[in-house]
Design a protein around this ligand. Structure first.
Ligand code: IPE
Ligand code: IPE
Ligand code: MG
Length: 231
């Protein structure tokens, strides 16, 4: 069974460039190409939801010129979004958008609104996303409603990712084996896959390999029956 929702930690852009004696920025540029390629490939394969970790709440710790360049990459991506609208993709930005440069957050909100009714592939993009920030704002929103005791469903309803089911598969490229504050609650029962492939090199072949690995896993959710078994 192919995963309904795949989440990607797009890591390794900097190393991809450094290995070629190029500035790190070039790696981010090629990483944006890999992002667009992966959107196309996931849609083709029949995945329904994809999430990409593009900028974490910790990425502000990078030099200002790298952070600025990443925002320029977002701006360029926004300009190309028309092609997605034709395909009826829905785009949802997750994270604390209010801390981003005003034009970036305004465009992100506009794109979300414009694609809201689309029923094709749903693309979630983490921009200034961090699980701890997400959970903190969820709790604060619930408190502001005067709630003193919460249910699991109420928490899920306040998460940025509420438009999507929890991911079945989380793929991290770049060889690091950690989640770096990404979808901590939502990944509670996701299959985790770490590959040494650097994000700019991620292509259809590597995506299919990841999906095959996912299909070979048994998912029992605490029970005894493998819910991932081919029927
Ligand atoms: C991931 O690539 C992209 C972002 C975090 C925005 P990196 O920039 O972290 O690449 P490495 O890990 O330094 O190779
Ligand atoms: C995770 O990559 C964040 C994104 C891919 C956006 P990082 O490169 O920032 O993570 P660490 O610093 O290795 O944990
Ligand atoms: Mg990294």
């Amino acid at each position: 069974m192919i995963p309904e929702h795949i989440a990607f930690i797009m890591d390794g852009n900097g190393r991809w460039a450094e290995r070629r004696h190029l500035p790190r920025k070039y790696g981010h540029k090629m990483g944006t190409e890999a992002l667009k390629r992966t959107i196309r490939n996931c849609a083709e394969i029949g995945v329904k939801f994809v999430t990409f970790y593009a900028f974490s709440t910790e990425n502000w710790n990078r030099p200002k010129d790298e952070v600025d360049y990443l925002f320029d990459m977002f701006r360029r991506f926004f300009d190309e979004i028309d092609q997605y609208r034709d395909k009826s993709y829905r785009i949802v930005f997750i994270g604390n958008l209010s801390e981003l440069p005003t034009d970036v957050s305004e465009n992100a909100l506009r794109i979300m609104k414009e694609t809201e009714g689309n029923t094709g592939l749903t693309i979630l993009i983490g921009m200034n996303y961090g699980s701890w920030e997400e959970i903190t704002q969820a709790v604060n929103r619930l408190l502001s409603k005067g709630i003193t005791s919460v249910t699991k469903e109420q928490i899920a309803e306040e998460l940025y990712t509420k438009v999507a089911p929890f991911p079945d598969l989380v793929i991290r490229t770049g060889g690091e084996v950690r989640l770096s504050n990404f979808l901590l609650l939502q990944s509670a029962y996701a299959e985790l896959l770490f590959t040494k492939v650097l994000w700019p090199d991620f292509n259809k072949k590597t995506l299919i390999k990841c999906i095959e690995e996912f299909e070979s896993r048994s998912r029992k959710f605490g029970g005894l029956e493998d819910k991932n078994a081919k029927t």
